[in-house]
Design a protein around this ligand. Structure first.
Ligand code: GAF
Length: 385
């Protein structure tokens, strides 16, 4: 028998909710550096101005936790003494609570109201926003003394262990650590980072949401990660010092090509090339060379489509559609893939015209509405008392 109980509608005693802590927890975009994080590589994400909002209060119980989503119009309650897996979004919440308990942090009963601006499955990482927002809020509510990096790590662990998605650290890091009007450049091995001004001059970042999600959390994503890890294990037989693809040069990969399957070789080539593109992109953006950065975005997409094989026909359609438009400097799929959004660097004064053209074209091709979001680089998790 499950100890997690779902309920519909706002509980009566939530109607006059006096919160002790409020948290604004953002979604993220990634400019470039896809599927590199779990290979100890480089990424360039930032939090955006689309968020999940939380309100927290202690409820006087030792063990009862009640969560209500205004967005879904329903909620659930669970018991701190009987942690077990739930379904769907419940696991991001219970997973974080579980990690806090495993760290021996003293929690007691709490109530939480959540409202989200992040479309689920769009690749804006509503999951990391949920995890980091919850962890940040409970940290403040119960004065747990965790720093931001600890929050990032435990949120990632919750997703790996409890949800079963072997994600890297990028999404949680971006959601928690970003700085308004800046792009993070993160070394996922050392966790060293710096900020690049998000100065896109006459351009903006436009997200096009395919509104498709072809695979469930996991299989496709986890199997790509497995391909990379298997390749590393093979290379390690001759080069034991190689701990991840970060330690593999282009020369070493060529030398090892015959030991690897064609698929493993393609996955590895993509990762090495994408890491190089991140370095080049950081320089291009710092120097304001937006066209150069845009070309790297297109190359990133090509690699994701053909070598890493995580794109899909809807994403490819949108990237192809942008290609001959001089006012679009770059376009690529963003995030884990198999659906979600493309990210486009587009001249600001062309956005409306372009949307009027691409939306009906997409609808005609797939029979699905295309949604659009202008994404601005924003601050990571904000906790307010
Ligand atoms: C998902 C994962 F959660 C990230 O860790 C990252 O690997 C990304 O896909 C691909 O770059 O968002």
């Amino acid at each position: 028998m499950s100890h997690i109980h779902s309920f519909e509608g706002l509980p009566v005693d939530f109607q006059d909710f006096q919160s002790e802590i409020q948290v604004d927890s953002p979604g993220r975009i990634n400019l470039i550096g896809e599927h590199t994080d779990y290979n100890d590589g480089f990424v360039m994400p930032t939090a955006i101005d689309k968020k999940i909002y939380f309100e927290f209060r202690r409820n006087g119980s030792d063990h009862l936790c009640r969560i209500y989503s205004k967005t879904f119009g329903r909620g659930f309650e669970f018991d701190l003494r009987k942690i077990e897996k739930g379904i769907g979004w419940e696991n991001y919440i219970i997973g974080v609570v579980n990690e806090l308990l495993l760290l021996d942090r003293k929690l007691s009963g709490f109530d939480c109201i959540i409202e989200s601006q992040l479309p689920v499955g769009s690749g804006l990482s509503s999951s990391a926003a949920l995890e980091c927002g919850l962890a940040g809020g409970l940290n403040a509510l119960f004065q747990l003394g965790l720093d931001r990096i600890e929050i990032v790590k435990l949120s990632q662990k919750a997703e790996n262990q409890f949800v079963g998605m072997n994600c890297g650290i990028m999404d949680q890091f971006a959601s928690a650590i970003s700085k308004k009007d800046h792009i993070l450049k993160l070394d996922c091995r050392s966790l060293e980072y710096d900020f690049i001004p998000a100065d896109f001059k006459n351009c903006q970042l436009l997200l096009l949401n395919t509104n498709v999600s072809h695979t469930h959390t996991d299989s496709g994503y986890n199997s790509r990660r497995q391909d990379c890890e298997d390749a590393v294990s093979i290379i390690q037989q001759q080069y034991p010092a190689v701990a991840s693809l970060r330690d593999v040069s282009f020369e070493l990969l060529e030398e090892q090509k015959n030991q690897l399957s064609e698929r493993q070789y393609q996955r590895c080539s993509y990762v090495l090339e994408e890491n190089k593109r991140v370095q080049e992109s950081a320089i291009a953006l710092k120097e304001g060379k937006l066209r150069e950065f845009g070309k790297l975005m297109y190359l990133s997409h090509e690699g994701l489509q053909h070598q890493y094989e995580v794109s899909c026909k809807e994403l490819d359609f949108l990237v192809d559609y942008s290609h001959d438009k001089d006012f679009i400097y770059g376009s690529r799929m963003m995030g884990g893939g198999f659906g979600g959004c493309t990210i486009n660097l587009i001249e600001t004064d062309q956005v409306e015209n372009f949307l009027q053209e691409v939306k009906p074209a997409y609808k005609e091709a797939f029979g699905i509405e295309l949604d659009s979001i202008i994404a601005n680089a924003d601050e990571g998790t904000i906790v307010k008392k």
